[in-house]
Design a protein around this ligand. Structure first.
Ligand code: 0X9
Ligand code: ZN
Length: 412
C-alpha cells in the first residue's frame, strides 16, 4: 500500500512537472537543393531532440528547428555533412519563456499586456455573455480531456451575413488567442467609424482557443506543445490543422503519431475538429469570411494547402489580401507577404480553412501567420501583443473595405 502511494505521488509529480528549455537553441537552416529538403524530411521523422518550428517549406524559405542541447552536436554534424548552412536564431529558448508575461486576471477582466490561461479567457467570455446583450456564449462540445470548446457570437443587428474567426488551433501560438480576444473586445468597444461599419455589418463567431487541451498543456507542462492531447500508441496528439476532412492525409502531413504534423488516424478523429466542424456546418452557408490565426512568419495565406492550383476567385482574393497586408503595414511598417499556401510556404492538407472554403465556397478565406519572423517565434514577448493586435485590426478594416469594393458584400 505504502509503495502504491509513493508511486502515485511520483506519477503526479512527474505528470505535473513543467518542462524547461534551458540551453535549447533555435537554428535557422538555409537550403539549396531538393536533396537537402528530402534529407530534412527524413531527419524530422528519425532524430530525437528536434522540434521543427517551421514546416518543411519550399526551398527558398528557411527552416527553423529547436534543438535539445543533448542532441545538438549530433544534429550539427548531421546537417553540416549535408552541406546545409545553419545559423543560431534563438540562443536560449528558456530565457525567452522566462521573459514572456503570463498573468491571472480572472477578477479584473481581460488585458493585452500579458498572456492568459484558458480559465481566464473562459471566465472573461462567461462574464461578457452575462453582461452584454450582443454576446451569446457558444459551447461546441468537449475536448479529449473534457474541457469545453467555447466561443462567442457577437451580433448587433441579428440576421446579417457572418464572419468566423478561430485562434489557438496550434497550442503554442499564444499570440493567436490573444488576438482573437482583442478582436472580441474591439467589436464590443471600438468607436472607430470604419471598424464600426464592419463590426455592425456582420454576425461574428469568434473562438479564441480551438485546441483547449493543447493550450492548457502549454501553460502547465510544455510551452512548445502544438497538437491535441489525444493519446495515440506511444505519443500524444494529432495536428488539429491536418485533421479536417479536406484532402485529409494528402500533403504536408504524417501518419506517424509522434510527428508534429500527425493527421490523426482519420479525418475528424479529434473531438476538437469534429465538434467545431459540426458547429460551423450550422452557420457555413451564411459565411462571407473565415479567418484562421496562426503564428509565426508574417504571412497572409490563401487556400488551398493541397495544391498550388489557383482558386476560382484567386485574383480577387489576392487583391483583397494585398489590401489587407498594405493596411497592416501602415501603422508600424510590419511587412507581411500574401499568397497561395502551397506556393509561399508548403503544401499542407486537412486544415480548417481549406475545409470551410471547400465545403461552403466562403468567398474570403485567409490564414494569418502573425508576428514575428523568427526572432522570438512562438514565444513573442507580451509587449508585442497590442501592436500586433492594432495592426491586425487595420488589416481587417482594409480587407473588408476591399471586399466591399469588389461587391462581395455591402456595408452600411
Ligand atoms: O502548418 C500549418 O498548419 C500552418 N503553419 S504553422 O506554422 N502555424 O503551423 C499553416 C497552415 C496553412 N493552411 C492551410 N494548409 N490551409
Ligand atoms: Zn499554426
Amino acid at each position: 500500500m505504502k509503495e502504491l502511494i509513493v508511486l502515485l505521488v511520483f506519477c503526479v509529480l512527474v505528470t505535473t512537472e513543467v518542462q524547461k528549455y534551458d540551453g535549447f537553441k533555435v537554428y535557422r537552416l538555409s537550403l539549396n537543393t531538393t536533396e537537402q529538403l528530402d534529407f530534412l524530411h527524413t531527419l524530422r521523422d528519425s532524430m530525437e531532440g528536434l522540434d521543427f518550428w517551421t514546416g518543411l517549406s519550399i526551398l527558398s524559405r528557411p527552416v527553423d528547428i529547436m534543438v535539445d542541447p543533448k542532441y545538438e552536436a549530433e544534429f550539427l554534424k548531421t546537417v553540416k555533412d549535408q552541406g546545409i548552412i545553419t545559423e543560431v536564431f534563438i540562443e536560449n529558448v528558456q530565457m525567452l519563456i522566462d521573459k514572456e508575461k503570463v498573468t491571472s486576471n480572472s477578477r479584473s477582466g481581460m488585458s493585452w499586456n500579458s498572456y492568459h490561461s484558458l480559465e481566464d479567457i473562459y471566465s472573461w467570455l462567461d462574464e461578457l455573455a452575462k453582461t452584454n446583450p450582443s454576446i451569446t456564449l457558444i459551447n461546441v462540445g468537449s475536448t479529449y480531456e473534457g474541457r469545453q470548446i467555447k466561443g462567442v457570437k457577437v451580433s448587433f443587428n441579428p440576421g446579417k451575413r457572418s464572419v468566423f474567426i478561430e485562434g489557438g488551433i496550434h497550442a503554442r501560438e499564444w499570440i493567436t488567442p490573444a488576438t482573437v480576444t482583442y478582436l472580441i473586445n474591439e467589436l464590443l468597444t471600438s468607436k472607430d467609424k470604419s471598424f464600426r461599419s464592419i463590426a455592425d455589418g456582420f454576425d461574428w463567431y469568434l473562438f479564441p482557443v480551438t485546441n483547449p487541451d493543447g493550450y492548457a498543456f502549454t501553460h502547465n507542462s510544455s510551452r512548445l506543445w502544438r497538437k491535441t492531447r489525444t493519446p495515440y500508441s506511444n505519443c500524444f496528439g494529432a495536428d488539429p490543422n491536418r485533421n479536417w476532412n479536406a484532402h485529409w492525409g494528402v500533403a504536408g502531413t504524417s501518419d506517424k503519431p509522434c510527428s508534429e504534423v500527425y493527421g490523426g488516424p482519420a479525418g475528424f478523429s479529434e473531438l476538437e475538429t469534429s465538434s467545431l466542424s459540426k458547429f460551423i456546418s450550422t452557420v457555413g452557408p451564411s459565411l462571407d469570411a473565415y479567418l484562421a490565426f496562426h503564428s509565426y512568419g508574417q504571412m497572409l495565406l490563401m487556400p488551398y494547402g493541397h495544391t498550388s492550383q489557383h482558386l476560382d476567385n484567386y485574383d480577387e482574393v489576392l487583391r483583397i489580401g494585398k489590401a489587407a497586408i498594405n493596411g497592416l503595414a501602415k501603422r508600424y511598417n510590419t511587412k507581411y507577404i500574401v499568397g497561395n499556401i502551397a506556393e509561399i510556404i508548403y503544401k499542407a492538407s486537412g486544415s480548417s480553412m481549406d475545409w470551410v472554403k471547400m465545403t461552403y465556397k466562403t468567398p474570403i478565406a485567409f490564414t494569418y501567420e502573425l508576428r514575428d519572423r523568427g526572432s522570438s517565434g512562438f514565444v513573442l514577448p507580451a509587449n508585442q501583443i497590442i501592436p500586433n493586435c492594432l495592426e491586425v485590426v487595420d488589416s481587417i478594416v482594409a480587407m473588408f473595405q476591399e471586399g466591399e469594393k469588389l461587391a462581395y458584400f455591402t456595408l452600411s
